[in-house]
Design a protein around this ligand. Structure first.
Ligand code: GLU
Length: 486
């Protein structure tokens, strides 16, 4: 058996959230960096809140992020089924074993009684916990309660002791079992509770490291007691800190998109999200920030996961996305932006091979200006416009005194050449600059009017790209148009 076995265990009660996606990533990176096994397990014991659409959307998002699993839905494995809803018999069997060993007991309290108990504790200003009134029922007591029509739950008999979670991220965290209270293992409808199912699954799936969000830290104390009661080795724990918004409140909708699917739609790259999400709670030993997933596998180690909360910073995510876009091969980037160009109506749904070749040039021109894939719509617009949509600033520039001279020389120079590729465009621009210099027009005085005339804007792709992608005829047309404005 491989030494390291880890799992990501989402409850399909919502889409894959930024916080949970860090957990899945840390598990995947740890497994891959240790040559271990990564398991996906669906924790759908809460039937009323679980939905198949969420399960599918979570699976789709994990796949889109490029994180493959070795055991779990779709791929199977020796320790299945990988759905908690299909493991009910195992949970019952284990509960009976604990009952037989008197490590668990049946509790006949009704919801009303438990609620009264809770309220009473709150009124007295103490933490509510189960008061243990069914801990020591005699068989006669049980008979009487059953005859009243009560359906029992099965509760864990918590031993009185200190519990230390040896956490790989947080260090040793101590809990007193006194504050925990005997919790439910099997509910009155026969379903296992989360705390019971998760331990049985981790135990029987031979999980070696439980890596999850710190909201489960207190649960881990309960889990340690259960692993011991069931006679299984206790796995190692690593609880990663929460992802917070810039205002240090728990990351939520009001901070913007919170699910991976939303970022996908906005045109973020999976490799950039993976890169960013890892940095949100982990740092490399040399402070490096841009990584491919493969490089992350090489660099990752649990001991560099941060103890303090991670603040989600959309600007950093955008910067990282831009860096990943710059590193994409042109053909790949073109195929990724095509859907956005189609949706914007710039190109036909089935572009020809020649069109695709030209679009590649457009993409090359704007590649360094893209922060997200969807930015292509705005950045590339100038190449697709029939009539330029001049910005105020561009119009202002075109009113300049020397504009007729600049445009006349630009026109003369472009007219000489038939085919203008990138290199030729560079040569021609130099020639224009040289001729204008002799008329004492330099720097901004040269390039701003050229840009304003050819693109209708004051910033954008390098001019040699603009000229070579538009081609001679289109450039001359735009120069004419600008001359008419002057
Ligand atoms: N199903 C739990 C959740 O979504 C995960 C529990 C665990 O990782 O142990 O929060």
């Amino acid at each position: 058996m491989k030494n390291v076995r880890v799992r990501f265990a989402p409850s399909p009660t919502g889409h894959l959230h930024i916080g949970a996606s860090r957990t899945v990533l840390f598990n995947w990176l740890f497994a891959r960096s240790q040559n271990g096994v990564f398991i996906l397990r669906i924790e759908d014991t809460d039937r009323s809140r679980s939905a198949v659409e969420y399960e599918q959307s979570i699976i789709e998002d994990i796949k889109w992020l490029g994180l493959n699993w070795d055991e779990g839905p779709e791929v199977g494995g020796d320790y299945g089924p990988y759905y908690q809803s299909k493991r009910g018999e195992l949970y019952k069997k284990m509960a009976i074993e604990l009952l037989e060993k008197e490590l668990a007991y049946r509790c006949y309290c009704t919801e009303d009684e438990l609620e009264r108990n809770r309220k009473g504790a709150l009124e007295r200003g103490v933490m509510p916990k189960y008061d243990g009134r069914c801990r020591n029922l005699t068989p006669e007591d049980e008979q009487r309660l059953i005859s009243e029509g009560r359906k029992p739950t099965i509760r864990f008999r918590i031993p009185k002791r200190k519990i230390v979670v040896h956490d790989l991220v947080k260090g040793d965290v101590e809990f007193d079992s006194d504050v925990i209270g005997d919790f439910v293992l099997i509910r009155s409808d026969g379903m296992a509770s989360f705390n019971f199912a998760v331990v049985i699954d981790d135990a029987t799936m031979k999980i070696t490291h439980v890596i999850r969000g710190e909201d489960h830290l207190a649960n881990s104390a309960r889990h340690i007691l259960l692993f011991e009661a069931l006679g299984y080795p206790v796995p190692k724990f690593a609880h990663n800190s929460m992802a917070l918004g810039p205002d240090h409140a728990k990351l939520s909708k009001r901070h913007g998109a919170t699910s991976i699917g939303e970022y996908r739609k906005q045109g973020f790259l999976p490799s950039a999200l993976v890169n960013y999400l890892v940095l949100l709670g982990w740092s490399s030993s040399d402070g490096r920030e841009i990584f491919t997933p493969q490089e992350l596998i090489q660099a990752f180690s649990i001991d560099r996961i941060s103890k303090s909360p991670a603040i989600f910073d959309i600007d950093k995510l955008k910067w990282i996305n831009g860096q990943h876009i710059r590193r994409l091969p042109l053909k790949k980037l073109t195929s990724l932006v095509l859907p956005y160009l189609k949706e914007a109506g710039y190109i036909a749904s089935e572009p020809s091979i020649e069109e695709i070749a030209w679009i590649e040039k457009v993409v090359e021109a704007v590649q360094t200006n893209l922060v997200t894939l969807s930015d292509v719509v705005k950045s590339a617009k100038l190449f697709f416009e029939e009539k330029l949509d001049y910005s105020e600033d561009a119009l202002e520039i075109l009113k300049g005194e020397q504009i007729p001279t600049v445009l006349k020389i630009l026109k003369e120079v472009l007219e000489k050449e038939d085919k203008i590729d990138i290199d030729m465009a560079k040569v021609l621009l130099k020639e224009v600059a040289g001729r204008l210099k002799m008329k004492n027009i330099k720097g901004k005085g040269t390039y701003h009017p050229i840009r304003a005339a050819l693109t209708g804007r004051i910033s954008g792709p390098e001019l040699f790209y603009v000229i070579s992608v538009l081609g001679k005829e289109k450039c001359l047309e735009r120069i004419e148009e600008a001359m008419e404005l002057v």
